[in-house]
Design a binder for this molecule. Structure first.
Ligand code: FE
Ligand code: FE
Ligand code: ZN
Length: 292
């Protein structure tokens, strides 16, 4: 079954997000751990978290993904900015234990002129400071569009971060289709090639989540503007190939398209219609058998 959801507002709490997910036909979702600008978060209500866990169990919602505030910068040249990212992410990981076994995605950061090597080292150092052996959360590095001095616009940069993290079993990667296409990985004409490169440079076993977005900008634009599914430069047939690709089809997909809830409900319906259940096509069934 297609694991599909979207980014939801956390303003009304955990249970409300679960209800929103159900109302739009989603079986997973993403949310910001706090105001995306990174301000103070209100303390989690354990009863609200328990109510969401119960609803999720009943409704088949799983793979809940938290997203760190996108303004954090783990590799700023300014040590105060790095310290702020450290404190927020450390606190977020503590709070994530209210939803045990989830993933926590963050933008690696922008090196702000220090250079890629220095940035990569600072990101790994921050992770080494916050990861704990006892945590149940997997922390995901998001693939970025390579805007400005952004780190994470190439698979090899993400690999180099992972190589310097000690508790590497707590780490994974989230592939954002808009970002990757904007970064210059041709998901439209060479999906197999891009995934083979991901496998060589990072390892597909690290891939834990997909942000499913179309892009407002052309290939390799390094822009990062999300578009609705099928209305951007990726287009609907590339999106169809992405959700059905043998290397991706079992992963959870999260829409971050410019939509309200009814818009997300429509996109989820569209994507469910494009998803080929195992055995529903002769080619697919054959592939599955040969994998065994
Ligand atoms: Fe993101
Ligand atoms: Fe994303
Ligand atoms: Zn983006």
């Amino acid at each position: 079954m297609l694991k599909i959801g979207c980014h939801l507002s956390a303003a009304k709490g955990f249970l409300a997000m679960g209800k929103d997910a159900v109302s739009i036909g989603a079986n997973t979702f993403q949310f910001f751990t706090r105001n995306p600008r990174g301000s103070k978060a209100k303390e989690i209500d354990p009863a609200d978290a328990a109510a969401l866990r119960e609803l999720a169990r009943r409704e088949g919602i799983s793979h809940i993904l938290a997203h760190a505030p996108y303004t954090l910068n783990a590799c700023s040249a300014d040590p105060k900015v790095r310290e702020f990212a450290f404190l927020i992410m450390q606190d977020d990981l503590r709070r994530m234990e209210y939803l045990p076994g989830s993933c926590y995605n963050f933008h690696p950061g922008s090196h702000t002129g220090q250079g890629e090597d220095a940035g990569i080292l600072q990101i790994a150092q921050l992770l080494n400071g916050i990861l704990r052996a006892e945590q149940t959360t997997t922390v995901l590095l998001e693939t970025m569009a390579g805007k400005g001095t952004e780190v994470g616009g190439s698979f090899s940069q993400l690999r180099r971060i992972l190589d310097q993290v000690v508790l590497t079993e707590k780490m994974g990667v989230c592939l954002d289709t808009c970002h990757v296409y904007d970064a210059g990985y041709d998901l439209v004409n060479d999906l197999d090639g891009v995934l083979a490169q991901f496998d060589r440079e990072i390892g597909l076993s690290r891939l834990r989540a997909v942000h499913l977005n179309d892009s407002m900008n052309p290939f390799c634009s390094h822009k990062d503007r999300h578009q609705k599914i099928g209305q951007g430069s990726l287009g609907i047939s590339a999106i169809e190939r992405i959700i059905n690709h043998p290397a991706l089809r079992e992963l959870p997909f999260y829409l971050e398209t410019p939509n309200d809830l009814p818009g997300y409900a429509q996109e989820i319906l569209l994507l469910k219609g494009l998803y080929r259940e195992p055995g529903s096509m002769p080619g697919q069934a054959g592939e599955r058998l040969s994998e065994k």
